[in-house]
Design a binder for this molecule. Structure first.
Ligand code: NAD
Length: 295
């Protein structure tokens, strides 16, 4: 049966534009957020609003969650008054937040015990990807559930891929966050290096972008970093959380990630310095500080 009534819980930087895209594609979308203002923003754009989880999921064919961290998703899905307690049997529950792979596996099992179908489907592509419906979506779970969710994924993104069983989507997302943090740190170092040598960085980044050093990180973040515009985007607090997932999972599986561990320290330091609400490209601030340079 095709999915038509979609509930989106967590209408933040990512969830709100994703819900809007589903409205534009003709789905009946109900939104729920902890603070009501964001739900009202979706209602203004043609969605429905719900004040409680029970009300939000009662009638849904699919429930998408887009929340900050593992404890948020655990409480919202498996908590006493949560999604698993109130969704109809057979409802497809798609968690698109970035959380720990082991938590995703446990939630999938708990969902199954409530006769629900669960997918972990974290995304990459940032706010721009969410707004443009161009997210990369890495999915863990059953093939049949992936196939059922595919029309929704095709609205939200360009590259949905079933990467393995429950939790595998989150493992791939952790690898994604490792790569992105490393790229950002090296881009930050390169920019400060170019500036210290008096090179015009717009031209410098243009030519770097055309060679092997080019990357989506450079394309998307380079200009804002040159201008010291660290408006999020993707907040430092969230990347700090993601790099904890990377370093914890690496230790559990016996993998050594020396560069990942270093960049995790740097992102953590920025967070503890009080920069948690800046974009993750604010790694540049730390490179300047460590270099004794002020912009
Ligand atoms: P955000 O903080 O902007 O949004 C989270 C929203 O969830 C907020 O509106 C908050 O009020 C709401 N919320 C929190 N707890 C809730 C609850 N119990 N019930 C209802 N609503 C609740 O975060 P975001 O940037 O949209 O990120 C969401 C998830 O997506 C995170 O796991 C993040 O790591 C991941 N992600 C973010 C980006 C990005 O560029 N921002 C990119 C890829 C993945």
């Amino acid at each position: 049966m095709a999915l038509q009534k979609i509930t989106v819980i967590g209408l933040g930087i990512m969830g709100l534009p994703m819900a809007r895209n589903l409205v534009s594609a003709g789905y009946t979308v109900t939104g729920h957020n902890r603070s009501r203002g964001k739900t009202d923003a979706l209602v203004a754009d043609g969605g429905n609003g719900a004040d409680t989880v029970a009300e939000a999921v009662a009638d849904a064919d699919a429930v998408i969650t887009m929340l900050p961290d593992s404890p948020d998703v655990e409480a919202l899905l498996a908590g006493e008054d949560g999604v698993f307690a109130h969704a109809r049997p057979g409802t497809l529950v798609i968690d698109m937040s970035t959380i720990r792979p082991d938590v995703a596996r446990t939630l999938a099992q708990q969902g199954r015990e409530s006769d629900l179908r669960v997918l972990d489907a974290p995304v990459s592509g940032g706010e721009a990807g969410a707004v443009e419906g161009a997210l990369s979506i890495m999915v863990g779970g059953e093939q049949a559930d992936f196939d059922a969710a595919r029309p929704l994924f095709d609205v939200l993104g360009k590259t949905p891929v079933l990467v393995g069983p429950h939790g595998a989507g989150q493992t791939v997302k952790a690898a994604n966050q490792l790569i992105v943090a490393g790229h950002l740190q090296l881009l930050a170092e390169a920019l400060v290096f170019l500036e210290a040598h008096g090179v015009e960085t717009e031209a410098g980044l243009e030519v770097l972008g055309g060679g092997l050093a080019g990357s989506t990180v450079l394309q998307r973040k380079g200009a804002a970093m040159r201008e010291r515009n660290f408006q999020p985007g993707f907040r430092i607090t969230l990347h700090d959380k993601d790099l904890r997932i990377v370093t914890d999972s690496a230790r559990t599986s016996g993998v050594t990630v020396p560069l990942g561990a270093q960049v995790a320290q740097l992102v953590g330091a920025l967070n503890r310095q009080g920069h948690g609400d800046l974009d993750h490209s604010a790694l540049l601030k730390l490179v300047e500080e460590l270099s004794g340079r002020k912009h």
